[in-house]
Design a protein around this ligand. Structure first.
Ligand code: HPA
Length: 233
């Protein structure tokens, strides 16, 4: 049973799917971290693979950039492929003094400036949150591995290039840790479909200082994040 955006058949995906933004990163994860990975979808080059990790079946698929793209792919995985939990593995730009390049952020909540929630016709503001079981497992595993993790709110922004120079100020005042572009859609889809989700993010750049990860650091941080995600998958 293919969907408009996924040529996988029912049963092609594991109950747990890891989702980086970049489909080539999904391919890299499949090749370097999974055993016997097989390609299950490549519609629009949004590559998805299923293999095993420590004997357990795991899938990995790109989510693209932004909430509309994440919304499409995670909705289909949850509702047409019986996926139970999705762990986003991505990068984010820090807007907090407490959050430095190489830190790993567990997105407890995902604020957003997008209109994604308007479809639910709520009489107020929805608070998109991570699944507590996944969050707790990731926090505990990170502590055991000695990783520097922060837990808190992130901002899922609709814009990477923003015309408003003051756009981040209010979010900074509210203690939001970092900016990315997908988690709120993932958390809302998971809530609506009674599924589980967590975003694990490495800080790739500090928006307040302009500091960025070097390519060596990028590689190391990515591996730390992947090992953390796989340990709870
Ligand atoms: N903005 C949005 N998404 C991001 C950023 C950013 O600065 N850095 C990494 N992902």
């Amino acid at each position: 049973m293919a969907t408009p955006h996924n040529r996988g058949e029912k049963g092609d995906f594991a109950r747990t799917v890891l989702m980086p933004g970049d489909p080539l990163r999904a391919k890299f994860i499949a090749r370097h971290f999974l055993e016997n990975p097989r390609l299950v979808t490549d519609v629009r080059n949004m590559l998805g693979f299923t293999g095993t990790y420590g004997g357990k079946e795991i899938s990995v698929m790109g989510a693209g950039m932004g909430m509309p793209s994440m919304g499409i792919y995670c909705h289909e995985l949850f509702s047409f492929y019986d996926v139970d939990q999705i762990i986003r593995v991505g990068t984010a730009g820090s807007i907090s003094q407490d959050c430095k390049v190489r830190d790993i952020v567990l997105a407890e909540g995902a604020c957003t400036n997008s209109a994604f929630a308007s479809q639910y016709r709520l009489k107020g503001t929805f608070a998109p949150t991570a699944d507590f079981g996944l969050l707790n497992a990731a926090y505990t595993a990170a502590g055991k591995s000695g990783l520097s993790v922060k837990v808190g709110n992130v901002l899922s922004s609709d814009t990477f290039y923003c015309d408003d120079p003051d756009a981040n100020d209010g979010w900074i005042r509210m203690g939001v840790l970092c900016i990315e572009m997908e988690s709120a859609a993932l958390y809302m889809e998971a809530a609506r479909l009674h599924k589980k989700a967590l975003s694990i993010l490495t800080i790739s750049d500090e928006i307040l200082t302009g500091r960025e990860l070097s390519s060596d650091q990028r590689e190391r941080s990515f591996t730390d994040m992947m090992e953390l995600a796989l340990s709870i998958a």
